[in-house]
Design a protein around this ligand. Structure first.
Ligand code: HEC
Ligand code: HEC
Length: 497
């Protein structure tokens, strides 16, 4: 009996281990699948490349990917083409490294600012909801509906066993409709497949290749390498509250994620600011300037709505040397130009536009969204040109894969990251009361959970299991009819061992 039990547990562990890996693998396949775009010519990886980067202005292969559109890096173009010829987005694709560390979008009453989320304006709360967007964006992958996306997923036999093992979904049983328009409401099981696919992509984006923590800066933090004198001066300026003050928004100290765990420095606090970028007149179609957070109606009605004009998310500066051009509209071409802009925005003089030959040399154009610009922390930093280049030297220490690209005998290729154990926050499990005898569970699709109850929470509650289920819906309800009642009862949901 006991042996049988042990065997069963061992088997279960083996299965669940394989499953955890499978989800990231499935996500990677979906991330690279061009069939999931209208003309079968574009995947997530088209704009967020997984290939090793060639550093701008060098022929040396820096092995970390920038997770941006390689065309933009090499041609200096600010935006990406979509699946449909002649359609393009209006914003610069950010690198996806470390994006998984962004907390869910929320208003911080303490700091009086919005924090977290995905996109330049945080409109997706988290990676799972973000990953549902590009498929249907007419300027990106341009699919007519989520049902059409699911049908393309069904068309690829390799997905069948993975959806089955990761989510318990049998793709064969899901109805297909390749041409379904967005106006047609799909059956709920089709929506489940779409959400499961997005979650798998988000798991891939949480995998270690998106957060290597193996830049020169990381090895320096761990006391394993020395920085050059320029890099040290640059870092000191970067951190100094009386000089460049970059760390006020791009922190170089360890942080804590929303689950309270320590993280190595992420070089962003995931807040929002209007740094006064000028308009980029090279974006095809010359779209109106992007209003940032204020472009979201619910934000304008929320706390300090009028203060949100032109505010865009502080992006991480990890791997920043690999991802030109810079800013939400890609108007700044190089790190040198970015630092010169922060230093001289308010004092260099005026040029008409970014098309002016004197752009960034003779002066800067007016900001594209003049309301709410940060005038306290940037714009006139009083840095010398040498100090500017020191800061750039420091920024270049933030590129991952230093062991592979640093040619540093003390950190040979293959040296593990000093912070290899740090992982991004996982998908939270939440329990809500949704009716007199009903609870709703949201969490990680495909995982097994136990719903437990206890009569008292202290000192050591005696939890007993009242339901065991595999989460197959993005919101799963659990019926409490028949659960024995007492005056007070506490519930919790835990992942099944
Ligand atoms: C045509 C180019 C293009 C394609 C294809 C594309 N993206 Fe993006 N991605 C962008 C742009 C541009 C932005 C910024 C848009 C914005 O902020 O409104 C972005 C933003 C993001 C972000 C937010 C990062 C952050 O730090 O805020 C994530 C995550 C992301 N994309 C993942 C994906 C995934 C997953 C796919 C495939 C399902 C995908 N992208 C397909 C161009 C693209
Ligand atoms: C008050 C907060 C704040 C301070 C201080 C600050 N930044 Fe930023 N940084 C931002 C925001 C917000 C963005 C995105 C702005 C946008 O695109 O509209 C940004 C973007 C950047 C980018 C481009 C990121 C990308 O993915 O394109 C770089 C590079 C950068 N900052 C470097 C610096 C340096 C160097 C300093 C110090 C000289 C500095 N920042 C100081 C808030 C700040």
């Amino acid at each position: 009996m006991n042996r049988l039990r042990t065997l069963w547990i061992t088997l279960w562990l083996a299965v669940s281990y394989a499953r955890a890996d499978d989800e990231g693998f499935l996500g990677e396949l979906l991330f690279k699948d061009v069939n999931l775009s209208l003309h079968r010519n574009q995947s997530c990886a088209s704009c967020h490349s997984l290939q090793p980067s060639m550093g701008p202005g060098t022929d040396r292969l820096l092995s970390a990917p920038g997770f941006v559109d390689p065309d933009n890096v090499h041609l200096g173009t600010p935006v990406s083409n979509g699946s449909v010829e002649g359609r393009n987005g209006v914003l610069n694709a950010p690198g996806l490294a470390y994006a998984a560390f962004s907390p869910a979008f929320h208003w911080s009453a303490e700091d009086e600012t919005y924090v977290g989320g995905q996109f330049w304006n945080g409109r997706s709360a988290d990676l799972q909801s973000q990953a549902t967007q590009p498929f249907l964006n007419p300027s990106e992958m341009a699919m007519p509906s989520l049902w059409a996306v699911v049908t393309r997923i069904k068309d690829t036999p390799a997905y069948e066993p993975l959806f089955e093992s990761v989510f318990g979904i049998r793709l064969r049983d899901i109805p297909g409709n390749e041409l379904a328009p967005a106006s047609l409401t799909p059956p709920p099981e089709v929506v489940d497949v779409f959400k499961a696919a997005a979650q798998a992509i988000s798991e891939f984006e949480r995998s270690p290749e998106f957060h290597k923590f193996n830049s020169k800066f990381d090895f320096w933090l761990a006391g394993r390498v020395q920085m050059t004198p320029n890099e040290v001066r640059g870092m000191t300026l970067f951190n100094s509250s009386s000089k460049a003050n970059c760390a006020a928004c791009h922190p170089t100290l360890p942080g804590r994620d929303l689950q309270g765990r320590l993280t190595p420095p992420l070089l962003t606090d995931f807040t929002y600011d209007n740094i006064g970028l000028p308009r980029n007149n090279r974006i095809p179609g010359r779209p109106d300037p992007d209003p940032g957070l204020a472009g979201r109606a619910e934000i304008l009605q929320g706390p300090d709505g009028d203060g949100q004009w032109g505010k865009h998310k502080v992006m991480t500066l990890r791997n920043i040397a690999l991802t030109p051009p810079y800013g939400h509209n890609g108007v700044l071409k190089s790190l040198e130009q970015v630092v010169h802009f922060y230093n001289t925005r308010d004092i260099l003089g005026r040029v008409e536009s970014d098309l002016d030959a004197g752009f960034g040399v003779m002066g800067w154009p007016l900001p594209e969204i003049p309301r709410g610009i940060n005038e306290e922390e940037l714009g006139d930093l009083q840095l010398t040109l040498d100090e500017e280049s020191d800061i750039v030297a420091f920024l270049k220490t933030l590129t991952d894969d230093y062991p592979e690209s640093g040619e540093d005998p003390s950190i040979p290729p293959g040296t593990p990251s000093p912070f290899a154990d740090y992982t991004p926050p996982v998908i939270p499990v939440q329990l809500a009361i949704s009716g007199p005898d009903q609870l709703t569970v949201t969490g990680h699709l495909g995982r097994n959970y136990l719903l437990e109850s206890a009569e008292s929470p202290t000192p050591t509650p005696a939890w007993s299991t009242i339901a065991r289920f595999r989460l197959s819906r993005s919101e799963q309800t659990v019926d409490l009819h028949g659960v024995p009642r007492s005056s007070v009862r506490f519930f919790r949901v835990v992942e099944a061992p």
